[in-house]
Design a protein around this ligand. Structure first.
Ligand SMILES: [Zn+2]
Length: 451
């Protein structure tokens, strides 16, 4: 009797190859002396900062490789530098603010470059860049009134947002619109109306969220959809139990996350999927006694043990986000305290609990980021064999920051040494997971907003 030939699909073969490559790295790592292990796990800060700073310097008029993405490049670089608690020199900062001002449309919002059509995704990138810089000059360069009117114009009757004039409606557009409006304190009922219905229609049978109704659940969209629902105060409408079920199974044997079922591991999902756990953790800590239901549908115990944290990678999300070129804007100052009070509650309630158990394997993800995604010459990447880039540098580092605080309920508390893989000097600045800006930058803006 003949054995039927055993054939693998392309996906299965690729998966085996990636696993072999990564397991070889781990094998090398576990067979070297501890002192060398420590070096392998060290975040090469100086090299990363140099790689990033050089990238920012190229944003001048001659930089046209990614013409429609330049605010994104600013954000990926500036946020990465801020995560490492470093700064850009004043002249470069000035040039960046001037450049972003030239991307701002006279009628509001930011395009991918000077004179380009405003787009929600590049608006998000530009605003997050300016909030990260944080100076008066940076923040006052944003025309909030016109920004509001731009965002308002992108609103569709379905409740969703269009990326740009006559552009596609999807979950990324909803997130970037709501995130920017919330951050700049211009979120109002008109912008919020029916957005929840749109996001809800994108939660799939798997539990994750897709870009549009009927598509496949994906890490980037799930992060965007969940963050949006939290920002508009409608998160309870989602099936959180099945969402958690979906996201916990996206972490693979490599330690990193995949973006979708049966896809390869990729460093950028360290944030898109990992950030989902940070959102769930935050959500849990704001609810007092009521816990986020765990994957089996049972309510977890009250208190810190039930907190969720994770890393998510949303490969393709930002990669896709940056394809667009519209932006948001609005000028009125609306009282959004009813929606963004998550932060206050979180701050106060968090003091009650010191430590929480993450719902993902935080150390395994850190190991993947440091050993497999890190280019020792500076920059981070998708996976071994791929080249470093600013996008993956930003989202690998954002995911690393989430991991390092995954045992804490309060992001302001000092991280436990055992939560930080490698030397403690690897510790990054905490982020605000709803916006993915460094927490200090968020608070500086927040205090300015309430003045
Ligand atoms: Zn990626």
């Amino acid at each position: 009797m003949e054995m039927e030939s055993f054939s693998l699909t392309v996906t299965q073969r690729d998966q085996i190859l990636v696993e072999q490559q990564i397991f070889n790295i781990f094998k090398t790592f576990y067979n070297i002396p501890p002192s060398s292990q420590s070096f392998m796990l060290e975040l090469q800060r100086e090299n990363h900062v140099e790689y990033l700073t050089n990238g920012l310097k190229q944003l001048g008029p001659s930089f046209c490789v990614l013409d429609a993405n330049r605010p994104w490049i600013c954000y990926w670089i500036l946020h990465s530098i801020a995560l490492m608690d470093e700064f850009v020199d004043p002249e470069l900062e000035d040039n960046t603010i001037d450049f972003l001002s030239r991307c701002q449309d006279p009628n509001g919002g930011y395009g991918g470059g000077p004179g380009q059509m405003p787009h929600l995704a590049t608006t998000y990138a530009a605003v997050n860049s300016l909030v990260t810089l944080g100076s008066d000059k940076a923040l006052s360069s944003i025309n909030r009134e016109k920004l509001y009117s731009f965002i308002r114009q992108m609103k569709d009757a379905s409740g969703g947002f269009r990326m740009h004039d006559a552009g596609e409606i999807d979950v990324r557009a909803c997130y970037t619109a709501i995130s920017v409006a919330s951050l700049l304190n211009i979120l109002d009922d008109e912008l919020v109306q029916n957005v929840g219905n749109y996001i809800l229609s994108c939660q799939t049978y798997e539990g994750g969220i897709s870009g549009e109704p009927g598509s496949e659940a994906h890490g980037g969209y799930t992060f965007c959809g969940l963050a949006t629902m939290i920002l508009i105060n409608e998160v309870e409408r989602l099936d959180l139990s099945s969402l958690i079920d979906w996201v916990v199974f996206r972490q693979g044997v490599e330690g990193g996350f995949q973006g979708r079922t049966n896809k390869l591991v990729d460093g950028c999902y360290s944030f898109w999927q990992g950030g989902i756990f940070a959102l769930l953790k935050r959500l849990n800590s704001t609810r007092g006694e009521k816990s986020v239901p765990l994957g089996d549908g049972e309510d977890g115990p009250d208190g810190p043990e039930t907190t969720v944290s994770s890393d998510a990678t949303g490969e393709g999300l930002i990669e896709d986000l940056s394809q667009g070129g519209s932006h948001i804007e609005k000028g009125d100052q609306h009282d959004t305290s009813s929606r963004v009070n998550v932060d206050n509650i979180d701050r106060n309630s968090s003091k009650r609990h010191a430590k929480v158990e993450p719902l993902f394997n935080s150390l395994a993800l850190q190991q993947y980021i440091l050993l497999c995604s890190q280019d020792l010459n500076g920059g981070l990447r998708d996976k071994p064999g791929k080249s470093r880039d600013h996008y993956h540098t930003c989202y690998c580092l954002s995911g690393l920051s989430v991991c390092q605080r995954s045992w804490l309920e309060d992001d302001d508390s000092p991280s436990l040494p055992r939560a930080v893989l490698g030397p403690y000097s690897n510790l990054l600045e905490p982020i605000h997971p709803l916006y993915n800006v460094v927490l200090d930058c968020f608070w500086d803006l927040w205090f300015q907003n309430v003045q």
